[in-house]
Design a binder for this molecule. Structure first.
Ligand SMILES: NC(=O)c1ccc[n+]([C@@H]2O[C@H](COP(=O)([O-])OP(=O)(O)OC[C@H]3O[C@@H](n4cnc5c(N)ncnc54)[C@H](OP(=O)(O)O)[C@@H]3O)[C@@H](O)[C@H]2O)c1
Length: 294
């Protein structure tokens, strides 16, 4: 049986990976772009969910500009904080499952060790606070909702750290933050997990352990500098000198957790899934990029 997914978001890196991976997972995705449904428009969100024949709703939208969120807090909170609540309200009315994506940025980064789902949240940026507001809105309103936190997404599609680094290839030197660590995650791996798990979510009743908070990140811990080194190693050829810098010296508008590591033990316990190492996923994504460019 083909599973139908109503997806808010069509152009983002995760949204595009879900669309790309759907046929292999025997799923169809109706992806709504911002032009079709602006998720900050409550009536439009309610209408889209009220009239869908989908089995499951996936929110792949975000105000994802972490630094920009500091000066555009109203927009960040509307998209990341309030819109997921509209989706939860509509899903609750229709009895539909809702899968919402969140982030390591709900934590302050001060924990010594990987974060588990039950750890207290304390966002240190407007982006993190807006994403936490979205988590709360979803979990309070929808009895059949999963909030999947992920981290450091990369993909051949869209703007992300991998693309930014490759874009700096011709530069003689590039400063990269060496004191933030986390788990780089392939958007494609997350997309395939979401699609593979969708049938389980469609079957699960309220109260099932499949609902609630869940961490999904590729395995292994590294720094931004470590990821940059891996990118240029895999790319081969000319590479800039990578100059380690600190979060403080980088002086970005938004604070970022120095420890963004997500523990994925619950993912394994509930769904039997262990994500592969981030480096293996990075090699695969970069190989695909080379094939596409050839
Ligand atoms: N990127 C990361 O490193 C990272 C890390 C951890 C968690 N996450 C989470 O993972 C999820 C996916 O992130 P991503 O990197 O795929 O995001 P992304 O590439 O920034 O894409 C965001 C999508 O949201 C859409 N959107 C924004 N505002 C909208 C609105 N008002 N109405 C409808 N659509 C709207 C955008 O459409 P337009 O193109 O029209 O603006 C775009 O398609 C998000 O929940 C994000 O918070 C991301």
């Amino acid at each position: 049986m083909t599973l139908k997914i109503l997806q808010f978001g069509a152009t983002g890196q995760l949204a595009r990976e879900v669309i790309r991976a759907a046929p292999a997972a025997r799923a169809t995705v109706q992806a709504l772009s911002r032009a079709e449904v602006d998720v900050t428009d409550r009536d439009a969100v309610l209408q889209a969910i009220a009239t869908t024949d989908a089995d499951l709703v996936l929110n792949a939208t975000a105000f994802g500009d972490v630094d920009g969120a500091e000066s555009r807090q109203a927009a960040a909170f509307a998209i990341n904080g309030e819109a997921p609540g509209f989706m939860a309200e509509a899903c609750e009315r229709r009895g539909l499952p809702l899968i919402h994506i969140s982030t390591d940025s709900v934590f302050d980064g001060e924990k010594d060790g990987p974060y588990v789902e039950a750890d207290p949240t304390r966002p240190i940026s407007a982006y993190g606070a807006s994403k936490r507001a979205g988590e709360v809105a979803v979990l309070e309103r929808a009895p059949r909702a999963a909030v999947v936190r992920t981290s450091w997404l990369f993909s051949a599609l869209g703007r992300n750290f991998l693309q930014i680094m490759l874009g700096l290839r011709e530069h003689p030197s590039v400063q990269v933050v060496a004191d933030q660590h986390g788990r780089p995650t392939a958007s494609a791996d997350l997309a395939r997990f979401l699609l593979a798990t969708a049938p389980r979510w469609v079957q699960a009743g309220a109260g099932d352990e499949a609902w609630g908070l869940l961490h999904f990140a590729n395995a292994g811990d590294t720094t931004r500098l470590g990821m940059a080194r891996a990118i240029f190693q895999i790319a081969g050829g000319a590479a800039p000198e990578l100059v380690p810098t600190t979060t403080a010296a980088f002086n970005a508008a938004a604070a970022r957790p120095v420890n963004a590591e997500l523990d994925c033990a619950r993912l394994n316990a509930v769904f039997g899934v262990t994500p592969r190492p981030w480096r293996e996923a990075l090699e695969e994504v970069m190989a695909e990029m080379r094939e596409t460019a050839a």
